[in-house]
Design a binder for this molecule. Structure first.
Ligand code: SF4
Length: 387
């Protein structure tokens, strides 16, 4: 693949799953599936390994299942990932895929190699309803939640494409749910996909290598701790409610005090756990010394680390990136107050794959409904795919 190129990979419409799509079923759900068909529950582990470890999508190839069961699964079920429709590769090795999840909707997924790490950033919703003012995804509006098969399917596809290469730099070591959407507003599907990421019979990632990033849906932070306590990141971006109400409107529902209390509960009982706070650096908006002092005071009693994210511009964002010396000064204030702080390297900026730039192809619900009423479905993200 040439650096900085775009390639249309498939032009066929998104595939519909025939029968039950087993790709998105956790081990428990798969055990229930087989029990309901009079099969022993251990079939779930066999099938999980075929699907997620061998990445086999055809039941006929699952040779430790009986012939009858293979035939029945061929007739009643499928393993159907979403579909890659375009690939972009940055000069810095970052790869962005456009993933079609319906004829008229695509999400984006990004792989960031940083040897020995390789981080896969995946999406959880088509668009996003939360309207953070500095975010390209927010401009797309919200269409729908991704199903668990569409979420785990991104990892399934990325591993199939990257790990067939012998290059170590293409191994996925970490997963972040920081792509399009607010994962905690798609809770059940996200948790089912997380369970598959962690299950030793599926992808087998360590809990600390999977990070969920939220804008701060407080009740669901507690629920996540109960169900699947992966690493937590919070998009904070402001040190006080007045500014955060403006940048992250969800703050009006769950103000900073409640959010930080939920963060403390999340890591309580494990002295090694920390919450990562993401803070996008917007010139003249949230980047002064006073903001840094406020932030340090706010986080003083929360086990935390801070990621400063140089703002990545997109058309008509209305914001500018803070200059490097301002970001450095901000970081130094936090460090001097004992807050572990790093400045995130900007990766994939030349292919619009950097933090906050993911946009995909999202057809707003109202437009889709109008198209349906008029007896036509709008073309599959035609403008974007033809660019
Ligand atoms: S920053 Fe995250 S939560 Fe906010 S609008 Fe963008 S995708 Fe949604």
């Amino acid at each position: 693949m040439n650096a900085h190129d775009e390639h249309a990979v498939y032009e066929s419409p998104a595939r519909e799953a025939a029968g039950t799509n087993l790709l998105g079923l956790s081990r428990t759900a798969l055990e229930r599936y087989f029990e309901a068909r009079g099969e022993r529950p251990f079939r779930a582990v066999q099938v999980l390994k075929w699907i997620h470890q061998q990445r086999i999508a055809r039941f006929a190839a699952m040779t430790n299942l009986s012939k009858d069961l293979r035939a029945r699964l061929e007739a009643e079920a499928s393993v159907t990932p979403p579909e890659i429709v375009a690939v972009h590769e940055s000069v810095d090795g970052t790869i962005k895929w456009l993933v079609r999840v319906a004829p008229d909707n695509c999400v984006e997924m990004v792989f960031i190699p940083d040897t020995p790490r390789g981080t896969l950033c995946i999406s959880s919703q088509v668009g996003c309803a939360l309207n953070c003012t500095f975010c390209a995804t927010a401009r797309q509006g919200f269409n729908r939640n991704l199903g668990s098969a569409e979420i785990i399917g991104q990892l399934w596809l990325a591993r199939s494409m990257l790990e067939s290469s012998s290059e170590r730099s293409r191994t996925i070591t970490n997963i972040v749910l920081m792509g399009m959407g607010e994962p905690l507003l798609n809770f059940d599907n996200v948790v089912e996909a997380l369970e598959l990421m962690l299950d030793d019979n599926a992808h087998g990632f360590a809990r600390r290598r999977v990070t969920l990033s939220t804008a701060g849906v407080v009740p669901k932070i507690d629920a996540l701790r109960q169900r699947c306590p992966v690493s937590l990141a919070v998009s904070l971006h402001a040190p006080n409610d007045r500014l955060r109400d403006e940048l992250v409107p969800l703050n009006k529902h769950y103000p900073i005090r409640d959010l930080l209390a939920a963060c403390r509960r999340y890591v309580a009982g494990d002295p090694r756990e920390k919450v990562t706070f993401e803070y996008v650096m917007l010139a003249g908006v949230n980047d002064s010394r006073q903001h840094a002092l406020e932030l340090a005071a706010l986080l003083a009693d929360v086990p935390s680390k801070v990621n400063l994210i140089p703002f990545n511009p997109f058309p008509s964002s209305g914001y500018r990136r803070s200059p490097e010396h301002v970001i450095d000064a901000f970081r130094d204030v936090l460090l001097s107050r004992g807050i572990m702080t790093i400045t995130r390297k900007t990766r994939g900026g030349d292919i619009d794959a950097a933090c906050g730039q993911l946009a995909g192809v999202v057809q707003p619900r109202s437009q889709r409904m109008r198209a349906r009423r008029a007896g036509r479905l709008a073309p599959a993200g035609a403008e974007r795919l033809q660019s």
